[in-house]
Design a binder for this molecule. Structure first.
Ligand code: TXA
Ligand code: MG
Length: 340
């Protein structure tokens, strides 16, 4: 059931559901979450089951502020505090050492915990209402089946989990891709998953260079597991291919309606106008925003919309390599790999 997040009655209902140990669909500014009381192991087990996610893949715990983050984290290094001061509430998750015996199931049994303080006004009201009922933190992965594209509207969540889930409608997510995740457990900040915050912004805020997982900083045996960083993730049903404008033009000229196809490109394609003049075309084109934030906002909804058209392939023009595009690049690359 989808309920209006603007209504205080709906928020009370949702907070009570969390207190009871039930799941809800939670709107945040990044993507919708499949949420449960982070300290209730049985409720958390329902998330893993419903999502089809292995139970050793840790979930992010959502809190209202730093004070509540301290209930879950045993230590917050200074550089993490600076990140938190700069970007909370907002699209940043910090991985911190976990207090023993707190949110063990939510953390997938790891000795660290991912914590985020969302800025979405309805998420905040809901977290506060749940807090009054004794729910200190809310575990929530993105509200999609494991490996699929994250939902950015209440309707998407309904498509993933059906009407039996209580889904709080908070409108379309304004950020559109998941939070940036910075591991703060290894003495220096390491970016595990890019989001809309750039590495430069993160580095400036925390006063030291934020390293990139796998590049400057090789993953080690004790590195935390982040399933959102699996190479094959965020997959639409259609096969997705990234290519630059020239390759797209060439392939399109040869395509000749061989199969239903969707194209998301910033450039207007010469071959496309010819294909479009044929009314019987099985070709769908949408213009990709030329601004990184707008592109992130549109990304997952666009992939879902292409899937709904029943296309076999989605061709996406490779986005610019400029700073600010890391998050969009990352999700598209994973979507491309997942389809292989
Ligand atoms: O924007 C977001 O982060 C959204 C909204 C709902 O808050 N949530 C989200 O959750 O994307 P999820 O579960 O789909 O992705 C969370 C990622 C996973 O890759 C998980 O492995 C990683 O965070 N993660 C969580 N706790 C961790 C930990 N203790 N150590 C390492 N990675 C962790
Ligand atoms: Mg996810």
């Amino acid at each position: 059931m989808v309920v209006d997040g603007q209504s205080s009655q709906s928020l009370a209902l949702a907070a009570q559901a969390l207190q009871r140990g039930d799941l809800i669909g939670l709107p945040t500014e990044t993507v919708y979450g499949l949420a449960a009381d982070a300290c209730n192991a049985q409720a958390v087990a329902k998330i893993f089951k419903r999502k089809g996610r292995p139970s050793d893949h840790p979930l992010i715990v959502h809190v209202t502020d730093l004070e509540h983050a301290r209930l879950f984290a045993s230590d917050i290094p200074d550089f993490a505090k600076r990140l938190i001061e700069a970007f909370w509430p907002g699209p940043l998750t910090v991985i911190l050492p976990r207090r023993t015996d707190v949110a063990t199931a939510a953390a997938g049994g790891q000795n660290s915990v991912g914590i985020r303080c969302p800025s979405h006004p309805i998420a905040r009201q809901l977290l506060l209402a749940a807090q009054k009922l004794g729910v200190w933190g809310v575990a929530a992965p993105s509200a999609n089946k494991f490996g699929r594209v994250s939902p950015t509207t209440a309707t998407h969540v309904g498509e993933e989990f059906g009407e039996s889930l209580l889904i709080v409608d908070g409108g379309a997510c304004t950020v559109g891709i998941e939070s940036a995740i910075v591991d703060c457990t290894r003495g220096q900040p390491i970016l595990l998953r890019p989001g809309v915050l750039t590495v430069d912004q993160l580095s400036v805020a925390c006063g030291q260079k934020v390293l990139l997982q796998g590049e400057q900083f090789a993953p080690t045996a004790n590195a935390p597991k982040a399933s959102g960083t699996l190479l094959a993730h965020y997959a639409p049903t259609a096969k997705l291919f990234l290519m630059d404008k020239q390759v797209m033009e060439q392939k399109l000229a040869q395509h000749k309606d061989a199969f239903p196809l969707a194209i998301w490109s910033r450039s207007l394609l010469h071959a496309l106008s010819r294909a479009h003049s044929d009314k019987k075309t099985k070709l769908h084109w949408q213009q990709m925003p030329s601004d990184a934030a707008q592109c992130a906002y549109a990304l997952f909804a666009q992939l879902r919309a292409f899937d709904d058209l029943g296309v076999e392939q989605i061709w996406v023009e490779t986005p610019p390599l400029d700073s600010g595009w890391e998050g969009v690049h990352d999700r598209l690359r994973r979507a491309e790999t997942a389809g292989r």
